[in-house]
Design a protein around this ligand. Structure first.
Ligand SMILES: Nc1ncnc2c1ncn2[C@@H]1O[C@H](COP(=O)(O)OP(=O)(O)OP(=O)(O)O)[C@@H](O)[C@H]1O
Length: 211
């Protein structure tokens, strides 16, 4: 299980501070929602947590089973789904599953057939991803996250492009596969983060910047 600790973390792009003085502990196996209006910095924060973009000031630490791990190695412990992270579209579904699960273990009892059934993508096994609908791609992104055996799952706008059936499916994934894992969810839609016990608004970490 993984715990995340931010201490006085801040991020700046050129002259613009996106957030500042952000101190926060995300306990192991807890669920955190990052909320805030469009352009407020939710994705910037989750990218920092993913190790994709370092904080400008302060620190961001990770503890796996109480052992400190570095931002450079954290990708081994996480999966992320986000609108700005594209799937390799030239792969077929089966090719993508084979590729992804070269790097991550599947959760216990999950064959590719079982994953495809769970994502309700039966019949699309050999179709290139670039011929998938946006909802199919979103289910695939979420499936790759939840069916990987990782202690940290990062989700940015998890129900974008999903219809009501897809939203219900996502909520079911959280119930069934979100246990004993740390989840961080960026969202403006309360349905997406109804399971989160901790909620922050990134806008609360802006005002202090010019004081
Ligand atoms: N690489 C970058 N270089 C410069 N500015 C950036 C960069 N990435 C993001 N920003 C700026 O940071 C601010 C926050 O953007 P971010 O994408 O984190 O917001 P968000 O809360 O996720 O928005 P949305 O809800 O619209 O997805 C915006 O002003 C954006 O222009």
């Amino acid at each position: 299980m993984i715990e995340i600790k931010l201490e006085n973390a801040a991020k700046r792009f050129q002259y613009e501070w996106i957030f500042r003085n952000l101190s926060l502990t995300v306990p192991a196996a807890s669920k955190l929602a990052i909320t805030g209006s469009n352009g407020s910095g939710k994705s910037t924060l989750i990218k920092a947590i993913a190790g994709l973009s370092p904080v400008t000031e302060g620190s961001l630490s990770y503890f796996f089973e109480k052992r400190k791990i570095t931002a450079e190695e954290v990708y081994n412990y996480l999966t992320i789904s986000a609108p700005y992270l594209e799937l390799p579209e030239e792969f077929s579904l089966v090719e993508l599953l084979k590729f992804h699960f070269k790097f991550k273990n599947a959760i216990s009892g999950f064959s590719f057939e079982k994953m495809i059934e769970e994502m309700y993508l039966i019949g699309h096994e050999n179709k290139p991803i670039n011929q998938f609908s946006s909802g199919m791609k979103q289910r695939l992104k979420l499936g790759l996250c939840f069916f990987s055996q990782v202690p940290l799952i990062l989700l940015d706008e998890p129900t974008s492009n999903l219809d009501q059936k897809g939203v219900d499916w996502y909520l079911d994934l959280i119930q069934r596969f979100g246990l004993n894992r740390t989840l961080v969810i960026c969202s403006n839609d309360p349905r997406e983060y109804q399971s989160c016990e901790n909620i922050i608004n990134i806008e609360d970490y802006k005002l202090k910047q010019n004081l």
